[in-house]
Design a protein around this ligand. Sequence first.
Ligand code: GRF
Length: 235
Amino acid sequence: MSVDAAAQDKKVRLGILLSGRGSNFLAIEESIHAGKLPGVQIAIVISSVAEAAGIAAAAELGLPHAVLASKGRKRAEHDAEVAALLKAHGVDLVCLAGYMRLLSPEFVAAFPHRILNIHPSLLPAFPGLDAQQQAFDYGVKVTGCTVHFVDDELDHGAIILQRSIPVLDGDDAHSLAARILAEEHIAYTEAIARVVSGEYEVRGRRYVKTGSEGASHPSGHKSPAGDPGREQGSK
Ligand code: GRF
């Protein structure tokens, strides 16, 4: 497994960051509960917004949770606090689940290749806010969602997986968003499982499965055991 805790046979500890309704967080929690993510546990849920429904849900579930309000805070300062809290809870893998904050380079560097994000479009199309509306307005016939590693640029890091849906003639932006969200809930669990398995390499921008499920690399290169998820061929 690429996540160090898993290599030591400990549970992989997720840190969930959210700012709103929290349906992706709840989908991840349900997957863990249903045994779909064995060896994974939620170490802490952090919200940047006090009123977020997602943080109320975390409290109700009895999960460790905290509000670190970001409003009016300097990004670097706020990020340092969030990173410290994640570290204090032994977080191995950070999952952004509707976290409405751009992360500072320092935060990204604090969890190298250990931050995932979900975005409601087929990136690189329609990054940023209101991706579903953007896709609808553009008139695309296929859209979907993307789970990717987070790097220093917005909605940009290497793509772990995408799920697509057709845009129907009868859709409006609302119905489209609802069908994308259903795919997001499947995609995030699958992406976490893939990352925790460690059976992948990132070659430049390309996430490539290795191990029994993945195709072998033409050069025959295999990841060394214990850290198969490190970046390959990137500068
Ligand atoms: C999702 O559409 C996600 O793709 C985007 O923010 C939204 C969060 O929804 N990044 P929820 O809070 O998980 O319900």
